[in-house]
Design a protein around this ligand. Structure first.
Ligand code: 6LW
Length: 565
């Protein structure tokens, strides 16, 4: 038995077997996006739907730039451009070279945590500062032109400890880094503090002492858990410090403080929190939760806006789409900022003047169908690798995507042969068509619906008991169960197989079609499947789910047991 398992588990042919995908299509169809609105003067929240957490924004002239965290996915730190804060165009990724981002061996929700982008008018340079957790930790990269796609290699910041750094360029030309850190003495669970350190833009290093800006003295919660995500602004001669607190879950909120000096002392504003949904009734339409991690931006007309992360649960606290990017106007009351008065819900439709309808990338919010025919000269922007890619195991040419069935498993901390795109809707359908002739039960190719290496689905074509079959494996908390096996008729073994994953909030159905099976109609191998294993509530972590193409020639962990559904 052991010998056969070993043989089966690690059967690797001399040249890798290859899966050839003809196209990949994703259609999202959320009810909240069917609401009527006027794109000439209104926009939908989230402005960037799906796993786009920890937004940060800056402006140079009329140009806005937005970045998000990316954790264990490569390339890292997606960056967008806009002229109206609503219609965004992807510029690619800030960290797009392995020399900038080595994610090898990292757990999926480690790697790139919150980034912050800032424009320094004193040297006409853009800075992106972030943390590669369990990697090189805090670092920054810079560029004169975010449209170039070329940012520097990382400038390491060893003195900056913990996470959520951002930069502030004061009128006097001095540069500062503000970030979260651990206090010298933990007085309660999740006790954090916000600290400041000066940065020398000439020598590209931190200088001077660490200055504590915010300690336990915040008064709006018995204990300000996880004060983090700080940003500093100078507005009408006063320094404003905002920060998230409560943790990036249902208690999440944003708080604001002000001071006469960048070094403090900072005093809590009279109205805090300036943004939260934690006090709202559970049952509400178009529910939005977990609002926080805010960044302010002033537009060219002097109006203030805030981008922040939030979530759209389909039930309770369950969401598979991760933390998304939202936009709301900032109101000023007696000189203090407020984003949403207490107990006001985040709206789906928001009024905004001066919109440039139709000039943005059409796949960031609302309902849409996105399709990749693999006929472009470069890999589509949407595709992401799990960890930094090792080797050339994918080739896009002539309208086909060819993926090598590698001896790497999606269930490990390797760089599996998986290309995934974000799930951006509670209700979506993803389809593809592939040609793959598995030689044994270790070789498998098809689709994966992925939260992380311990919570995912693999839906593919392999060999079971000597027959080419379609299988569905569900993994929850590292335990993989094969919930469907459908042998294919002999003559279907080497013809194109169409595959479809349909998800409706917490349940999914998995189907295939091949020319001579059931007249080429869709054959459902499993429906009503619980997909809450891909929710953040179940899986934990900080990422949203992705769906994509996968191929392997190893069946680590041990062959899944077949269980009655
Ligand atoms: C992010 C921090 C946070 O760095 O979670 O809870 C971390 N809030 O601000 C990962 O998104």
């Amino acid at each position: 038995m052991v010998a056969s398992l070993v043989t089966a588990a690690t059967a690797v042919s001399a040249a890798p077997n290859r899966a050839v995908f003809d196209h990949f299509e994703y259609t999202g169809n959320d009810a909240r996006f069917t609401v009527a609105f006027d794109p000439a003067k209104q926009y939908l929240n989230p402005i960037v739907a799906g796993f786009w957490p920890d937004p940060s924004i800056c402006r140079k002239g009329d140009d806005f730039y937005l970045v998000n965290s990316s954790f264990g996915y490569f390339p890292g730190v997606p960056i967008f451009h806009s002229r109206d804060l609503v219609n965004w165009t992807p510029l690619g990724h800030v960290l797009n070279r392995p020399s900038q981002l080595d994610l090898t061996g990292l757990r999926h929700s480690r790697g790139i945590y919150a980034p912050a982008i800032e424009y320094n008018p004193h040297n006409d340079t853009f800075y992106m500062i972030t943390t590669s957790t369990d990697g090189v930790w805090n670092f920054l990269v810079k560029t004169k032109d975010p449209h170039s796609g070329v940012w520097s290699d990382p400038i390491l910041l060893p003195e900056v400890f913990d996470i959520d750094p951002s930069m502030f360029f004061d009128d006097d030309g001095r540069a500062w880094i503000v970030h979260r850190t651990d206090p010298p003495l933990l007085r309660f669970p999740n006790h954090k503090q916000i600290v400041l350190r000066e940065y020398d833009t000439e020598r590209d290093c931190t200088i001077g002492p660490q200055i504590v800006l915010v300690e336990e003295s915040l008064s709006w919660l018995p204990r300000p858990q996880y004060i983090e995500g700080p940003h500093i602004y100078k507005i009408n001669g006063r320094y404003h410090l905002i920060a998230a607190e409560g943790g990036t879950w249902e208690q999440h909120a944003e708080v604001a403080l002000t001071a006469d000096n960048v070094r403090g002392p900072y005093k809590s504003n009279p109205v805090n929190p300036i943004l939260t949904q934690r006090d709202l009734p559970e049952a509400r339409p178009d529910k939005v939760t977990t609002t926080g991690h805010l960044d302010f931006i002033q537009d060219a007309r002097g109006e203030w806006w805030g981008v922040f992360l939030a979530c759209r649960p389909y039930e309770g606290d369950f969401y598979n789409t991760g933390r998304e990017t939202f936009l709301l106007p900032v109101e000023w009351k007696d000189g203090y900022p407020v984003v949403l008065e207490k107990e006001r819900a985040v709206p789906t439709v928001v009024n905004k003047n001066e919109l440039y309808p139709g000039t943005g990338y059409p796949y960031l919010t609302g309902n849409f169908t996105w399709r990749d025919e693999f006929d472009a000269p470069r890999l589509d922007y949407e595709w992401m690798f799990i960890r930094t890619p090792r080797g050339e195991w994918w080739r896009q040419s002539g309208g086909k995507m060819t993926i090598d069935a590698l001896p790497r498993s999606i269930y490990t901390l390797d760089n599996p042969a998986y290309l995934g795109r974000r799930q951006q809707h509670q209700v979506f359908e993803a389809t593809t068509s592939l040609e793959f002739s598995p030689a044994n039960s270790a070789q498998l190719a098809g689709m994966a619906y992925f939260q992380n290496e311990r919570f995912c689905f693999v839906f593919g074509k392999t060999v079971v008991d000597g027959k080419v079959s379609v299988v569905l494996d569900r993994t929850e908390n590292g335990v993989t169960k094969r919930i469907a096996v459908v042998p294919l008729p002999e003559r279907e073994a080497d013809v194109p197989l169409r595959m479809r994953i349909s998800v409706d909030k917490g349940t999914g159905s998995f189907s295939f079609a091949c020319p001579h099976h059931a007249g080429g109609t869709w054959h459902t191998v499993a429906e009503g499947v619980d997909v809450k294993n891909l929710s953040t509530h179940t899986a934990g972590g900080f990422v949203g789910a992705t769906v994509g193409m996968y191929a392997t020639c190893t069946s680590i962990p041990p062959l899944p047991e077949i269980v009655e559904r």
